[in-house]
Design a protein around this ligand. Structure first.
Ligand code: HPA
Length: 277
């Protein structure tokens, strides 16, 4: 058995000693959505520090715990604070929590993040339904011995973001009167923000928004056959598009401003998705 799989099973056993909760859906909270977990009916919380072998997050503004509970009647596990590649972890560690969520029972994954808007018609504060991603600038989380128990060696990435789930989120946004953009997310390694030249490159490659997470997590989830959907909060326009510098505090502030709309859309979408299955 390869080390990555051994570590995953160690984490799983350790987590199961703390909770028997079986989620239907896993939700990854990005910048600005950190308080969403406080709005659900919480059953259990497990700090990442209490899971043997778990990579622990160092990024500011992230709490670093799994929260188990109910969105309406839907059993969910929430990752409050994700692990980023730029923190120095191996890419397999970055996706370990996603794999854990699947082992716990989650069949659906909803990813959220903050991003820089590349598409010229976007504005800071917009929400964007992710319809595809570009992960070509980061290592694959599937590199190395394939873990056959999780999935196949060469998983398909067509419709990585489930078309039916996307349609449900679109419909939900319309019903809730929440404007929703749509586009392609590119994951770049960070932690530095991009140069204007890199943003022009990303635009030519077909990206509408840029960030430092998510695509690797989605690859791991699709490897395991999870159905995936994703929503990004465009917390700023990307480098070179506004004339000013990019500041992490501003990214955080804009994400916080969009949070009520974002929370409402995520909540209503989870309820609608659960009804559809
Ligand atoms: N670039 C990369 N990651 C980001 C950005 C950005 O402009 N905004 C929020 N996360």
């Amino acid at each position: 058995m390869c080390d990555t799989y051994k570590k995953l099973l160690t984490c799983y056993d350790s987590l199961r000693e703390r909770t028997a909760f079986k989620p239907q859906l896993g939700l990854v909270l990005g910048t600005g959505l950190g308080n969403f977990a406080d709005t659900i009916r919480i059953v259990d919380r497990v700090s990442y520090h209490d899971i043997a072998g778990f990579p622990t997050s160092t990024v500011e503004g992230h709490k670093g715990q799994f929260v188990f509970g109910y969105v309406d009647a839907v059993p969910v596990v929430i990752m409050q604070g994700r692990v980023h590649y730029y923190e120095g972890y191996d890419i397999t560690d970055v996706v370990l929590p996603i794999r854990l969520m699947k082992l716990m029972g989650a069949q659906i994954l909803m990813v959220t993040n903050a991003s820089g808007g590349i598409c010229k018609t976007f504005q800071a504060g917009d929400l964007m339904l992710i319809n595809d991603h570009i992960s070509s600038f980061i290592p694959s989380p599937l590199r190395g011995t394939n873990i056959d128990a999780l999935g196949t060696r060469f998983p398909d990435m067509t419709d990585a973001y489930d078309p039916k789930l996307r349609e449900i989120i679109r419909t939900t946004a319309r019903k809730e009167n929440i404007p929703l953009q749509e586009g392609v997310y590119i994951q770049l390694p960070g932690p530095q923000f991009e140069t204007p030249a890199e943003i022009r490159m990303a635009e030519r490659l077909g990206a509408d928004a840029v960030g430092m997470s998510t695509a690797c997590e989605v690859i791991a989830a699709r490897h395991m056959g999870m159905r995936v959907c994703g929503i990004s909060c465009v917390s700023n326009m990307a480098a070179g598009l506004t004339g000013g510098p990019l500041l992490h505090d501003e990214v955080q502030q804009n994400a916080d401003l969009a949070a009520p709309r974002f929370e409402k859309l995520v909540w209503a979408s989870i309820v609608a998705i659960a009804r559809s299955i």
